[in-house]
Design a protein around this ligand. Structure first.
Ligand code: ZN
Length: 332
């Protein structure tokens, strides 16, 4: 029902976003851009090809003025008067495609981006747990070509395959041993994968993109799902990453929640904003206001649709919720 309503009202939306976009800022969020098959991302993120990404940028450029981090802060403080509504381009997870693919495109187009990273994974010393899940799912999908070594007599059963994938997708941040055990059983080695494919930027690459003018900032130390942590653990994970960024001269003024800020209480925001030089934090709940005004919601761009469609749907949904007084996230 919700989908139908959004689809229907999105069809009525004009593509003149300067007029129809309801907020004065637009913050898209991406993870990777690649023309290749990336097994560690494939089953968790619908990343875009270079061509699709460039098309997104062209649509955004037509409707918004891209700003860098300093302009963004000035704008929020009322000291920067843009010609159009502004857009701040953001990436999460510090993946190597940012260095290899995204930065060259952005340099050519003169567009700034900030990447929110997890210090734990810099230099490919470990892989985020959802990427491990994606690798295991890829093994299951490819099991006809390369036997899994377990379940080989039942894996051909589609129902069983689906169940196994569902179980793997349900493994939590606090259960890394489950992923490691499965990997052992599937004779899949995460460490070999890290050595061979180097999914994350190295420290040198982070420094290199910084020298080119791009931003590197806080995404938590090792990408937990924040509402599964208690307050103390939330603060610790954020601070550990903050300290690393601080010691290495990256941007400490912002923090983007890994996955989602859903269910994170006001207490956490009050605590991190009182103890750190934080300017703002970022969620990724789409086009929405947040009752904690320094927490800004970003628009996820990796759902298989192009910018025109994404923005039309976000605006339609925003306006529908406005009618019901539900376009602001309230925090207890
Ligand atoms: Zn992330």
């Amino acid at each position: 029902m919700k989908e139908h309503l959004i689809n229907f009202s999105a069809k009525l939306q004009s593509a003149n976003f300067q007029k129809t976009y309801p907020l004065d800022y637009c913050i898209p969020v991406y993870h990777a851009v690649s023309n290749f098959h990336l097994p560690h991302l494939k089953h968790i993120i619908k990343y875009k090809s270079e061509k699709e990404f460039e098309k997104d940028l062209d649509i955004l450029s037509k409707n918004f003025q891209f700003v860098n981090w300093d302009e963004f802060k000035d704008f929020r403080n009322g000291n920067f008067k843009p010609k159009k509504k502004i857009a701040l381009l953001t990436f999460d997870d510090g993946l190597s495609e940012f260095h290899d693919v995204v930065v060259p495109i952005l340099e050519r187009k003169g567009i700034y981006a900030i990447n929110f990273i997890n210090p734990k994974f810099i230099g490919n010393t470990d892989l985020m747990y959802r990427c491990k899940a994606s690798l295991l799912i890829e093994r299951i999908v490819q099991s006809e070509k390369k036997p899994l070594n377990v379940f080989d007599d039942i894996i051909y059963n589609d129902q069983f395959k689906k169940l196994l994938i569902r179980k793997i997708n349900a493994i939590k941040y606090s259960e890394p041993e489950k992923l490691d055990d499965l990997a052992k059983n599937f004779r899949e080695s995460f460490s070999d994968y890290l050595i061979k494919y180097k999914p994350y930027m190295t420290f040198e690459q982070l420094k290199k993109v910084t020298q080119k003018g791009f931003g590197i900032s806080n995404h938590g130390f090792d990408h937990p799902l924040y509402h599964e942590l208690n307050l103390e653990e939330q603060i610790r994970n954020t601070s550990q990453s903050y300290d690393y960024l601080n010691e290495n001269d990256f941007i400490t003024e912002s923090f983007a929640f890994p996955f989602t800020d859903f269910g994170v209480k006001r207490e956490f925001f009050e605590k991190i904003f009182s103890t750190k030089d934080l300017f703002c934090s970022f969620g990724s709940a789409g086009l929405k206001r947040d009752s904690f005004e320094k927490n800004l919601q970003r628009i996820p761009m990796e759902n298989g649709k192009d910018t025109n469609q994404i923005l039309k749907e976000e605006i339609a949904y925003f306006n529908l919720k406005k009618l019901l007084n539900k376009n602001t996230i309230h925090r207890k």
